[in-house]
Design a protein around this ligand. Structure first.
Ligand SMILES: [Fe+2]
Length: 568
């Protein structure tokens, strides 16, 4: 019998991604298309990048495997839903001249998987037939997250922009299966309120661009502001929670919030009260939904996913503001994560009863750095490995960081999801008060109000954070203990929180070792971790990308696996 492998496609117009699940149900590869394309969020690009899909299948599929392709939207509806979503996006934020081009592309979006089929036939006719399956968009969100969680049983809340029938969905996860907890029918765009649409429109209201994924800036800016009563009245009136449903009119949400858009050239800090009030309204509505969900009496474990689960400020407050006691948020809660969700659902259909191990899944599922490119670096003549023989790379890098150097650190497989979690990261000393300014001015070239995050040894989490929760994917912001915050000014945001990553030996032994060395050198069990990219670009994908950032920025050192390169 031939083994069966499952190719999951996250095939929304934004954040396309591809995942491969083997015959045992293991996720052997998962990566967003933006990384290899160097195009942040990869709007309107196919998930199966024609330039590399063959290579990925050859590398990660079992030899001779029969392939099943799994989409993350239901067949009948997804085209029209995507079309509507795209129309709304383009209507809202794209110049009239470009609209016909983009709409034309959206109509032919199905090319994504057709081209995959075609290439497979062409490459190896024996590999055909390729079977295609289509899964509910929110079920794919739920599957990716629940199967990666440490729970055997939980309630999944998918709070999103839009699915086939509604912006949000809720499932009871038990025994590896999902039961829908949603009881209402489809509502038109003008008769429902979407928290995802609200936050994207809030992003515009603050002067940022959701098409570029600038929602992060809203969260960074919010703590600088305060509640504005007039804005609160306006925004809160746009969304109303009834049971498990948010009512409102998405068109109205868009038009009212877009009307707040600041004139070009105004300083972002001027929008801080808009950001604060919007984040407050988002949190109130989401918390009300989650409180209503808890009333169903299905336990205290919550799996949170969908695009709105990227709101790390809210994620960190769920256990305080709702009765949920344990909260798990997936490493890729937005649409890129659905490649894994769809592939696992397809595997589960063929192998009913297989339960995934109830432990936190690894986010390190992406590409490796090419070995030949790494060797090539050494023959450039310009760079040589400065790490002394016999000194482990983790110790040497920790020494550099403790000396105040800014280090680009690339090792192992790339992270799945939007966060750099210690494999494609820029690392620095969190004790230095000026480190934020140095990073912003010379490396990241980004706004001064955006915070930097700490990666902390999990075993020291409770010493440094109030109400510490394991945060393996940098998915929530928690409050620093007031007596500890002054020791690490580089990673404390203006409201006293930090969007931490809990680093465990189990998920990332090498990164854990680096921070352990830093702890022995300094007494501080954490480093500053920011994604290895420059503003506006996705996280680095290749050795060449890493070199480009190294040479064009103020990075002091570059670590590629075991090799260390230093400037000056
Ligand atoms: Fe989604």
């Amino acid at each position: 019998v031939k083994p069966r492998n499952y190719i999951g496609l996250a095939n929304t117009v934004h954040d396309p991604a591809l995942a491969i699940v083997d015959s045992r149900g293991e996720v052997v590869f998962a990566e967003a298309a933006e990384r290899s394309l160097g195009f942040k969020r990869a709007f309107f690009c196919p998930p199966d990048d024609p330039m590399r899909v063959r290579e990925l299948l050859d590398t990660y599929c079992e030899p001779g495997a029969e392939l099943v392709v799994a989409h993350s939207w239901l067949e009948r509806r997804w085209k029209s839903v995507l079309f509507r979503a795209g129309w709304h996006f383009t209507r809202a934020s794209v110049s009239p001249l470009l609209r016909p081009t983009i709409l034309g592309q959206m109509n032919s979006f199905d090319l994504a998987s057709l081209s995959l089929d075609y290439r497979l036939h062409e490459a190896d006719p024996a590999r055909a037939p390729v079977e295609k399956r289509y899964f509910d968009h929110h079920l794919a969100h739920a599957a990716a997250a629940a199967f990666a969680s440490p729970f055997n049983e939980a309630v999944c809340a998918i709070i999103d922009g839009q699915g086939e029938t509604a912006p949000d969905s809720f499932f009871h996860y038990r025994g590896g299966g999902f039961a829908s907890l949603r009881s209402w029918r489809w509502r038109s765009f003008s008769r429902s309120g979407s928290l995802g649409v609200f936050f994207a429109a809030l992003c515009v209201a603050c002067g940022f661009d959701p098409m570029k994924g600038e929602e992060w800036k809203v969260m960074g800016l919010a703590p600088y502001g305060q509640k504005d009563a007039r804005l609160y009245g306006l925004m809160r009136g746009l969304l109303r929670v009834e049971g498990l449903e948010v009512l409102g009119n998405n068109w109205q949400i868009i038009s009212k919030l877009h009307a707040l858009k600041p004139p070009k050239g105004r300083a972002p800090l001027e929008s801080r009260d808009v950001a604060f009030t919007g984040q407050l309204v988002f949190s109130e509505v989401a918390a009300e939904l989650l409180r209503n969900l808890h009333r169903l009496g299905l336990g205290d474990s919550l799996v949170l996913s969908g695009g709105c689960a990227l709101n790390s400020a809210f994620n960190g407050r769920v256990t305080e503001e709702t009765p949920w006691k344990k909260v798990f948020v997936y490493c890729a809660p937005a649409d890129d994560g659905n490649a894994v969700g769809a592939a696992l659902l397809a595997h589960r259909e063929d192998n009913p009863g297989t339960s995934p191990p109830a432990k936190v899944a690894s986010p390190y599922l992406g590409s490796r750095l090419s070995a030949s490119s790494r060797e090539g670096v050494q023959s450039l003549g310009k760079l040589r490995n400065t790490r002394p023989a016999g000194v482990p790379v983790t110790l040497y890098a920790a020494q550099l960081i403790a000396q105040g150097k800014i280090v680009g650190w690339a090792q192992g497989r790339a992270e799945y999801g939007p966060r750099a979690l210690g494999n494609r990261s820029i690392l620095a000393d969190p004790r230095a008060a000026d480190v934020k300014d140095r990073l912003n001015a010379t490396v990241k070239f980004r706004e001064e109000f955006r915070p930097f995050a700490p990666s902390i040894l999990h075993e020291h989490g409770a010493e440094w954070f109030e109400q510490y929760q394991d945060t393996p994917y940098m998915e929530r912001a928690l409050r620093f203990r007031p007596e500890m915050a002054p020791k690490v000014p580089g990673v404390v945001h203006v409201d006293g929180t930090g969007r931490l990553q809990s680093v465990s030996r189990e998920l990332n032994p090498r990164y854990h070792e680096l921070i352990s060395h830093f702890y022995r050198l300094t007494g501080v069990p954490m480093v500053l971790n920011t994604s290895f990219n420059v503003m506006g670009k996705p996280i680095i994908h290749s050795v060449e990308d890493a070199l480009a950032v190294f040479f064009s920025s103020g990075l002091d050192a570059l670590v590629l696996e075991d090799d260390v390169y230093e400037k000056g």
